[in-house]
Design a protein. Sequence first.
Length: 107
Amino acid sequence: MKGTHLGEFEELVLLTVGILNGEAYGISVMDEIATHTGRKVSVSTIHTTLNRLEQKGFIESYTGGASPTRGGRRKRLYKITLAGQRALEHVRNQRNNLWNLMPKLSF
């Protein structure tokens, strides 16, 4: 599965795109990540990651309607694909399996 591995930040962005359910765009993803994780990331970092996830086939982009608040410009929106959903499930299963192997530690 070379090229389809999810890095930690890619996983975070992909989850956020899924949560936003077809309403994800660069700023909304950035804001959701900041709200739910406290992480401050630049919009350029978000766009780079969105592009990488699209190249991997985990998300699809499409152009939304024109907005008067954006001077008539359209937003590039993103939605998760079936492959993206499967990648997230795979990562979650891997993590759960590893957590189940973790011994009870006492310090």
